[in-house]
Write a protein that binds this ligand. Structure first.
Ligand SMILES: NC(=O)c1ccc[n+]([C@@H]2O[C@H](COP(=O)([O-])OP(=O)(O)OC[C@H]3O[C@@H](n4cnc5c(N)ncnc54)[C@H](OP(=O)(O)O)[C@@H]3O)[C@@H](O)[C@H]2O)c1
Length: 317
């Protein structure tokens, strides 16, 4: 497998087909050595894009602290080979300024992230989610200030619905800053992006980094037939977004995809990732591997031919 790199929209940035996110695999309770091995192996595999957010852990802040410590002590000489993103916009501290999309929150949020990461700047800073109360103009003003201050080279948006995304892009462009990338959920079990964000990012030639490509592990097939691996995300008490019930919710569909993968002679994990890499407009697929072996399995989906037309058609049915 050789990692391939894709242009992120109409920009100078190339992203690896597979990127590594640190949402639930870099918590304070996760062993430092495993985290170190993940970063080191990712770099060896050409996975040079690391996606963080201020609230990743658990607890919030822990992923940035761990990554910052590793970067500082073990990988400092690789900084320019890495593309590092972070985000603000989810709850981080008490009081009226600890959440959402005000200029007050975003500027303070990024400053705190830079301290934890022990960096002077990140490569991309995202508004993590749209804020229904703060005027979009204010959120965009914060993003523009962040680029002008040099604390982020580029800015991105995450989980914005199309109308707000397009308006934010317009406001950014009017201020002379282009939105580099939009981040949204997209996988074989959740295709909402096809009627929402994906056509818009394609049309605007803005990068699409897609998250939860394995539906948090469900699309590896490891939860099929009532299997519940003891150390899996669905069984962890500190992982509120996947539980045994949710892992079973689309069992029949997952079983069908697993059968198609078997017929095609590849693991379901590879099928799920290569399907995303076959979708026009996807810049990078953002995985959340927790162990080196998982990382290697996911990385093996990169650099391969697009899935053949018959298989793609069957996946549409
Ligand atoms: N912008 C946003 O709001 C947003 C939201 C969500 C995620 N994200 C980003 O997207 C990244 C990925 O999201 P995600 O963690 O949901 O992605 P994912 O790749 O769909 O799921 C990751 C989970 O899948 C399991 N897994 C991965 N590879 C495996 C393999 N080969 N075999 C068995 N299990 C495997 C691991 O589960 P176990 O823990 O069970 O071993 C891991 O915890 C995040 O880290 C974050 O950077 C962004």
């Amino acid at each position: 497998m050789t990692m391939q790199y894709r242009r992120c929209g109409r920009s100078g940035v190339l992203l690896p087909e597979i990127s590594l996110g640190l949402w639930h695999n870099f918590g304070a309770a996760d062993p430092r050595e495993e985290a170190r091995a993940l970063v080191g192996r990712a770099l060896e595999l050409g996975i040079c894009h690391f996606d963080l957010a201020d609230n990743y852990g658990p607890p919030p802040g822990a992923a940035e602290e761990r990554f910052g410590e590793l970067l500082h002590n073990e990988f400092a000489s690789h900084r320019d080979e890495m593309f590092i993103s972070t985000k603000a916009g989810h709850l981080m501290w008490p009081g009226p300024y600890g959440d959402w999309g005000s200029k007050k929150h975003l500027i303070a949020g990024l400053d705190a992230s830079l301290r934890r990461l022990k960096l002077d700047y990140v490569d991309v800073f995202y508004s993590h989610r749209p804020d229904p109360e703060t005027p979009l103009e204010e959120t965009v003003e914060a993003l523009v200030q962040i680029v002008r201050s040099g604390k982020a080279l580029y800015v991105g948006l995450s989980k914005y619905p199309p109308t707000q995304f397009l308006r934010a892009c317009e406001l950014l462009e009017a201020a002379g800053v282009r939105c580099l990338v939009h981040q949204f959920r997209y996988n074989l079990l959740d295709r909402a992006a096809e009627a929402g964000m994906l056509p818009e990012t394609r049309r605007k030639r803005i990068g699409s980094v897609v998250f939860s490509p394995l539906a948090q592990g469900v699309l590896t097939g490891k939860y099929l037939a009532n299997n519940r691996p003891a150390d899996s995300r669905a069984m962890r008490a500190d992982s509120p977004f996947l539980d045994a019930e949710r892992a079973a919710a689309q069992e029949a569909l997952v079983a069908r995809y697993a059968a198609l993968a078997r017929e095609a002679g590849m693991p379901l994990t590879e099928l799920a990732l290569r399907w995303l890499l076959s979708r026009e407009g996807v810049s990078s697929v953002l995985i959340g591997a927790r162990r080196v072996q998982q990382l290697e399995q996911c990385a093996s989906a990169a650099g391969k031919d697009p899935l053949d037309a018959d298989l793609l058609e069957q996946l549409e049915q």
